[in-house]
Ligand binder design. Sequence first.
Ligand code: SAH
Ligand code: SF4
Ligand code: F3S
Length: 469
Amino acid sequence: MLTEPEMSSAHLLTPASLKKRPMAVSSPSLGHHSGPRVYIETFGCQMNEYDTELLRALLKARGFQFTSEGNEADVVLFNTCAIRENAHNRLYGHLAEFKRAKQERGIVIGVLGCMAQNLKKDLLEERPFIDVLVGPDGYRRLPDLLTDALEYDKRGLAVDLSESETYDDVVPDRAEGINGWIAVMRGCDNFCSFCVVPYTRGRERSRDPKGILEEVRRLADQGVRQITLLGQNVNSFRYEQWDFAKLLVRVADIPGIQRVRFMSPHPKDFPPALIEAVAEHPHICRHIHLPLQSGNDRILERMGRCYTQLDYLKLVEVIQRKGAITLTTDIICGFCGETEDEFQDTLKVMHAVEFQAAYVFKYSERKHTIAARKYPDDVPDQIKGQRANQLVEWQKQMSLQKNRSLIGQTVEVMVEGHSKKSSSQWMGHNEANVTVVWDQSDEPSPVGALVPVLIDDASPSTLFGHLSS
Ligand code: SAH
Ligand code: SF4
Ligand code: F3S
């Protein structure tokens, strides 16, 4: 791990280095609070949201406090994402905002997560107002690095990747609610050519199932009713005699847990036992997110996805033979060298499968990846945009058609709370994870309950209805 003393070239140390700065503890504005106040913003995927819960636990144990107001904080942390260029741009916008606060109030600024790991020292050198830079495997070092930054104006770096860190003993500090997310593994060994994740999150490692099941039991006791198990490729989950299907079933068996979801399986090695579990277990949602990325064999080969269009379609057929299992997907358009005909193959697969939802991305070249080294990013941005629009428009029609087909039917919904728009309306999700909004002005159903909603209207993203008696 490269820590401050090792990276102490002069330009990495602030002029005030080693000069003691008053700790937030002595700030009169802190009232009864005893530790420095931390504000955290999280970007990126669910895994990052989960990591923020781990970070909060690690910081809380060392006396740090939290605030939801950036302008009250002594420490501002960004848990970042590096998956596409726009994730970077968003961070730079936010950093600029807090750079001013640093000049005015002397706050400590930390950049954590995938972008910290990806850019490492470059980021610290280019942005001298960043005090602390910590990658996804270095979070245990964060409390010390922040303390050094607060007390001595020391800059700190923890960007070594680990082959074993799973934070198994850290109990995440999560917000209350009925939804719980749990990382069952970390890292990724797939090295899809477009993807930065294997570089930002390092080698794949699975957590001990005992710890995972314990975490689920604790969440169930706290009132969590829906669990989402997270991993970059859950199919590669392995721990002694355990595979992912076994883990999923054991999680779904825990009393109090009504619904279990998972993200994401890889189409190249989808195990039959996992399809069986999704089809059969009453608490496992009949919904599979199955990232396609492209429907063309040459592009799939270049992407290093290890399946063909036919493999993907055959897998979909096997899944669909098991009855009504909802499928959603991720697509990248405008990958290196993608021709119009090759793009049309993606559209063809979308027509054939009829996904419930598709997350469509324009290819964004990432430093260090195989694609960045091997292939020119030669599809003009305008063409990428046109292709993305075409997919999005088609998907919108498909989602609308699917949602409309539910009009007149009753769906089972987990109650999550009031809808954003009205206090006489409630919202939740059905098993396929589609948002459902319903009218209910009399006795409200408790949050976390499963209620029957009769659907009487639909948009591409939402089902509307009323409580069915
Ligand atoms: N591990 C997950 C993917 C996580 S990243 C999986 O394999 O399913 C989420 C999605 O971001 C990917 O499925 C892909 O569609 C998209 N993505 C990843 N890298 C990208 C890049 N360089 N440009 C555009 N989209 C990208
Ligand atoms: Fe990235 Fe592929 Fe790993 Fe998913 S499976 S995180 S797309 S390298
Ligand atoms: Fe997630 Fe973004 Fe990292 S999608 S794994 S936070 S690069």
